[in-house]
Design a protein around this ligand. Structure first.
Ligand code: HEC
Ligand code: HEC
Ligand code: HEC
Ligand code: HEC
Ligand code: HEC
Ligand code: HEC
Length: 502
């Protein structure tokens, strides 16, 4: 039923869109257009708002998420990205047709809300200086399959039943997390903000943080004690990035209580501030107060409107097809390998079982550049705005913390009985290494994987938890716990697929 409604909405919109010029990068979400700094004749507002005849609050044409799906839906033509079936189309091509028709650019990085094309895993064991190391990828499926978990449950579309809890949100010991309803604009800023995928800057200047979320997550940093006269330490992995503005209060050293900019992050439990010598004190609270908040930075736009200079004001590549520097395949026009190529796992890019070493960088930043942290560090901090206590690297070994820390899988999170021992989340394994952000079709049909409980003890329909691999194949993408797998092994066996092909 719903699909037909969307089809009609899409058809109506198609007429309207005929008047919009070639799809500009970022579509109607370009901050410089919407904020009036580049023109005062913006066209974009009409894509989403009506002045006298709006059918939803805030003068919106249509209520969210339907508003977004008028362009990003399965049959819609207003955007190249279809987040319902997890496909990006070639610019200007007809939607909702088979991959073989030559209209699909590739599979979207984040799966989809109704269907996704996450395919079979593949693993190859290489010789790493005499010891066996595994390289794995998750292939693209030729057909779209129904999702088994999604960040937004749409009862009449994906039929999912999920607890609706922002797991891990809040300070240590504050329970499993609040009940929160998500919409597209919980995570994305429809007016644009210059961030990667217009992801919300969870900070003081941007509204839109969903009701119930405790965004002052840094309150969990109960110990702003000072390790040396130049370095602060926190009681749990802080997730601060270089460039963040933080305010320290309640430390026993008066010189420590300042608002400053994070200069370095020597360890996940320590940080320094630009031009601040805190002295030696104990206690206090660190609050992230940056005007920009927690943000994921984007690659600069190529928009000089001169095709002679190469890529121009182009539609971006939102697919799992990636390359390393120098071009990172940031634009759709740079993708030439076909819609069934790419790697959902993107632990190393581009996929190559024998040589791949670069980390995921869809924003062009695989490793820290100046004050810009690597993509993985940025996205880890971003997801952790809501899932505060999933950010785990090291925990203090003593209480109160004296600066000595050990791995979070061997040392419990202080003061928390649920999120205690945790897999480390680091720049070489991000939230988005194991999870997609929209929805996954991975199948959890095993005895253990289908019945394990959520953090509050409830079981839901075999949710795939936004994971990319069935059951706990996720673990096997990196681990072989028996030590019996030998160099040269691959699964599935040769010749499918040859290890070094994309
Ligand atoms: C892609 C769709 C989209 C476009 C394009 C768009 N808006 Fe919005 N606008 C929204 C949504 C959705 C909201 C609801 C608030 C939110 O979620 O941010 C909103 C809210 C607003 C608000 C209320 C802000 C608030 O904080 O409550 C104003 C004012 C506004 N829009 C003006 C504009 C103007 C002016 C333009 C053109 C320059 C524009 N919008 C373009 C989708 C859009
Ligand atoms: C704006 C807050 C917010 C942000 C940001 C956020 N989440 Fe969530 N997340 C939620 C809420 C709320 C739920 C519960 C959804 C439900 O049960 O319907 C959830 C659920 C989940 C689930 C469980 C899905 C299931 O099967 O029940 C996973 C996994 C997850 N999030 C991972 C992530 C990752 C990875 C990121 C970063 C890419 C992220 N989240 C960013 C709020 C957020
Ligand atoms: C819980 C947060 C969250 C919600 C809710 C969410 N998104 Fe996203 N979305 C993300 C993140 C994070 C990314 C980029 C992550 C990456 O590429 O690693 C993304 C990427 C995208 C992209 C680029 C395509 C892709 O798959 O990478 C589009 C388009 C998009 N979102 C649209 C939407 C629309 C439309 C909705 C509502 C139907 C929505 N999003 C809801 C977090 C969210
Ligand atoms: C009038 C059509 C239209 C509407 C409505 C619309 N979008 Fe878009 N959006 C686009 C186009 C066009 C792009 C450019 C990329 C593409 O072709 O998919 C885009 C790009 C995006 C991106 C990627 C931005 C980037 O940084 O590259 C996200 C995320 C996104 N939209 C989310 C949303 C959300 C959330 C809503 C609802 C509030 C929405 N869109 C409503 C047309 C639209
Ligand atoms: C090494 C892989 C891996 C990484 C990295 C990872 N997760 Fe998970 N995540 C899982 C697995 C596996 C599950 C299923 C539950 C379990 O086994 O504990 C899960 C479950 C979840 C859930 C659902 C609630 C629950 O615990 O069952 C949320 C929310 C979540 N992860 C968020 C995150 C966030 C946020 C990050 C980054 C800070 C992250 N995950 C990083 C593997 C990972
Ligand atoms: C993206 C790769 C990746 C994935 C996926 C992954 N791990 Fe790990 N895991 C690592 C790395 C690398 C370490 C190394 C030690 C560290 O960083 O503390 C590690 C450490 C561990 C440890 C600590 C003890 C040890 O042997 O080092 C355990 C236990 C563990 N992982 C289990 C799991 C389980 C269970 C899963 C699936 C839910 C999983 N891992 C998924 C990469 C991964």
């Amino acid at each position: 039923m719903r699909r037909w409604t969307l089809l009609l909405a899409g058809a109506a919109l198609w007429l309207f869109l005929a008047a919009i010029p070639a799809l500009a990068d970022g579509g109607p979400h370009v901050a410089a257009v919407n904020n009036g700094s580049s023109s005062l004749t913006a066209d974009s507002c009409a894509g989403c708002h009506r002045a006298h005849t709006a059918s939803a609050p805030k003068l919106l044409n249509t209520a969210e998420e339907d508003l977004c799906l008028t362009c990003h839906g399965a049959q819609s033509s207003g955007a190249t990205t279809d987040v319902m079936t997890g496909v990006q189309y070639v610019s200007g091509a007809q939607h909702d047709v088979a991959a073989s028709a030559g209209t699909q650019l590739g599979a979207l990085r984040n799966g989809g809300f109704n269907q996704a094309r996450i395919g079979d895993p593949f693993r190859y064991t290489i010789d790493n200086g005499g010891s066996a190391t595994r390289k794995a990828k998750v292939q693209v499926s030729a057909t779209a399959k129904d999702v088994t978990s999604a960040h937004i449950t749409m009862p009449d579309v994906n039929n999912l039943v999920q607890p609706g809890k922002a797991w891990g949100n809040g300070t240590n010991g504050s329970g499993v997390g609040p009940t929160v309803t998500l919409g597209c604009t919980s995570c994305h800023n429809p007016h644009g903000n210059g961030n990667f995928r217009i992801l919300r800057s969870f900070g003081t200047t941007e509204s839109g943080i969903p009701t119930g979320i405790n965004a002052a997550w840094t309150a969990s940093l109960v110990d702003a004690g000072v390790v040396t006269t130049t370095t602060y330490r926190t009681a749990a992995s802080h997730g601060l990035n270089v460039g963040d503005t933080v305010t320290i209060t309640g430390n026993s050293s008066t010189t420590a209580n300042v608002t400053g900019i994070v200069a370095t992050v020597p360890a996940s439990n320590t940080f320094t501030l630009t031009s601040v010598t805190p002295g030696s004190g104990t206690g206090g609270i660190v609050t992230r107060s940056a005007a920009l908040g927690v943000r994921v930075t984007d690659a600069p736009l190529d928009s000089d409107n001169n095709p002679a200079n190469g890529i121009d004001n182009a539609t971006k590549n939102y697919t799992v097809i990636q390359a390393a520097a120098p071009n990172f395949l940031l634009y759709a026009s740079q993708v030439t390998t076909g819609p069934l190529t790419g790697d959902y796992l993107h632990r190393v890019v581009p996929w190559n079982a024998l040589t791949g070493t670069n980390q995921d960088a869809p924003n062009g930043i695989p490793a820290a550049v100046g004050t810009q942290p690597a993509f993985n560090d940025q996205i880890n901090a971003w997801c952790s705005t809501c899932h505060t206590r999933y950010l785990a690297n090291q925990n203090p070994t003593t209480s109160p913390a004296n600066g000595t820390v050990a791995n979070s899988w061997g040392t419990p999170r202080a003061g928390d009985t649920t999120y205690m021992y945790q897999h480390r989340v680091r720049s070489d394994r991000a939230c988005t290494t194991c999870h997609v952000s929209h929805g996954s079709n991975a199948v959890m049909d095993g005895t253990y994987s289908s019945t394990f409980t959520y953090p509050d003890g409830t079981t839901a329909s075999a949710s795939s938890r936004l994971l990319k691999v069935g059951n706990r194949g996720t673990c096997q993408m990196c681990h072989e716990p028996t030590g019996t797998d030998v160099i040269g092994n691959q699964y599935p066996p040769a010749p499918y697929p040859v290890p070094s092909t994309p």
